[in-house]
Design a protein around this ligand. Structure first.
Ligand code: ARG
Length: 299
């Protein structure tokens, strides 16, 4: 019975993402005040005020400890999660669309958000071990991962892109990677595709940035990585890199937030937060904010 419900939810959610990608093409420009307001919510002063309010309550009620919620991520994936320049991120050092969603989740739970930045490849094991409460890491919803974790409704649609040197015209399709050296981030869909579907020499790196460094340093011929991240690195190196698409070879992907099995309350909250952020247009606005708007990482 639960399974049926999950499948129905999932199908509903896919419809949601289909709608979302349409909006993504024409993202509304976010009003400055909206961002200012949101940022204000997380200034240290507010936290102190909130704590003071809570302290009053504690005086009359027995001890209430403020809950902490830990997001696991791999902060090497702009615009979804990255270390903000000068520690001016939306959440201390960290910034990006996933961080913004996590802030909303923490808000809904009335909890403090803590960010655990680790290798992408180890995040599911970290979640199972209990050192983090959820994964928000541009993680693609995949059947093999669904054997280890529960995913939220999808919140972003993606595909894999190839990134090559700007003057390399030998690569025009995924098949052209056969026999070449290809850098990927370990444990990602890009890694699975190159190692399972191609006859290429795959070099898995712990951090996505290391895969791009290998390409720029001439140690590999291409990087296979998620579309939005590829786009952002090419935009940052417009004279050196270019994107090669092969939408027939690479399948459509959807990102979800992962929780441990059995954490149905947390999953419900996360799904409500995503659905609300989608319905209000906030997700599309934030995507624009972190890709082309003032929240984009500075190079
Ligand atoms: N979407 C891809 C996957 O799930 C890559 C995600 C990498 N995320 C990151 N934060 N580095 O495998």
């Amino acid at each position: 019975m639960k399974k049926v419900l999950l499948v129905v939810l999932f199908l509903l959610a896919l419809g949601l993402v289909a709608g979302c990608s349409r909006e993504d093409e024409t993202p509304a420009i976010i009003a400055d005040e909206v961002i200012a307001d949101e940022t204000e919510d997380y200034t240290p002063e507010d936290t102190v005020e909130e704590e003071a309010e809570e302290a009053e309550e504690i005086a009359v009620t027995p001890e209430v400890e403020r809950r902490t919620i830990i997001m696991g991520t791999s902060a090497d994936f702009p615009p979804f999660e990255f270390i903000a320049d000068g520690g001016q991120g939306r959440h201390g050092r960290y910034s990006g669309l996933d961080v913004a969603i996590a802030v909303r989740i923490a808000e809904a739970l009335d909890a403090d958000l803590v960010i655990h930045d680790a290798a992408f490849e180890g995040l599911i094991v970290d979640l199972q071990g209990g050192s983090i409460d959820f994964i928000a890491a541009a993680m693609t919803i995949r059947p093999d991962r669904m054997e280890s974790v529960n995913f939220s409704i999808p919140y972003f649609a993606a595909v894999q892109y190839m990134v090559v040197m700007i003057d390399d015209y030998s690569i025009e399709s995924a098949e052209d990677l056969n026999g070449l050296y290809v850098a990927v981030q370990g444990g990602t869909t890009g890694y699975f595709f190159v190692s399972d579907e191609l006859d290429a020499n795959v070099l898995p790196y712990i951090r996505a940035s290391e895969a791009f460094a290998a390409l720029l340093g001439g140690r590999v011929d291409a990087v296979v990585i998620d579309s939005a991240v590829a786009q952002r690195f090419v935009n940052a190196n417009p004279d050196a890199l270019r994107i090669v698409r092969d939408n027939e070879a690479f399948g459509d992907e959807n990102y979800g937030i992962a929780v441990r099995f059995g954490e149905y309350d947390l999953l419900d909250t996360i799904n409500e937060v995503i659905a609300a952020m989608h319905a209000s247009g906030e997700l599309a606005e934030l995507y624009y904010y972190y890709t082309e708007g003032p929240g984009a990482p500075q190079d």
